[in-house]
Design a protein around this ligand. Sequence first.
Ligand code: P6P
Length: 338
Amino acid sequence: MPKPNQTLGEFIIENQADFPGSSGELSRLINSIRLAAKVVNHEVNKAGLVDIIGAYGERNVQGEEQQKLDVMANKKFIQTLTNREIVCGIASEEEDDFIRIEGHNGDDKNKYVLLMDPLDGSSNIDVNVSVGTIFSIYQRVTPIGTPVQMEDFLQPGNKQVAAGYIIYGTSTMLVYTTGHGVNGFTLNPALGSWYLSHPNMKYPENGRIYSINEGNYVHFPQGVKDYIKYCQEEKDDRPYTSRYIGSMVSDIHRNMIKGGIFMYPQFSKAPSGKLRLLYECNPIAFITEQAGGKASDGFQRILDIVPNELHQRSPFFCGSKKMVEKAENFMRKSAERT
Ligand code: P6P
């Protein structure tokens, strides 16, 4: 049972049993992530003071301009997770292909693969808006040696053993699940320790906040347009409040605490949506379901989608269960009419 103000280290030790079959590697993996997060937090918080803001001058596999902090965060997490005999491979939004992590324990038994968006919302870096790191962890499927993309990385989200995000905001928080609920830890930067500040996080079943980039309204599918109009109608507990930060981790985190729905649908400019299935939608969907919420592509459960490409995108409807169900109803009705 989580104890308020427990440190992350104490929490991991007390909940070792959560990681079945792990002889401490998953605990060490979470420990490594929290170490890298502290370093990235330090860099993100001082970004305004040193010449680290701004474009790195290269483009990532998504064709998006890489911000220097993106590159730094990517490197830091990869460095921290290497030589710890835990992961056999890492996939990242910032890397075209997955990175092989060699084991040094002879028969190379590193049991896990990690997929991450090292700095989500990076387009907000220069304007001092919260950004985040998102990670997703699976047990490898192939027995030992070099992981195989198809078997080890392209697993459906329902096979995740852990997932989490770090939000570098007014305070820095690590929120994660290992399939036994969701817990949030806040960093005390003076001590460098993480404290259990949000034990057993739960989405309110309903909410009054909807998050979507309404600038794309004219391009949205009719079902999304219908749901937005429903949110804006003067009826019952509506109109709802529109809140969109443009940094998914921040929008999701707020909605999980206050109740709400986040949507990034498919539309003409983003025919499969914008968000990446493996290292954005899946980990957030795992956390959302563990917190009693719901996550789909408008029609099917995100965690049941079988991936076929490392950087594939998916439409994303995520948040309070009743709000997502209502949005899905509008999507279904519209699909039936076409
Ligand atoms: P748009 C940030 O680049 C991101 O991947 C998510 O964090 C965010 O929700 C979304 O894109 C914002 O995209 O098209 O609304 O600017």
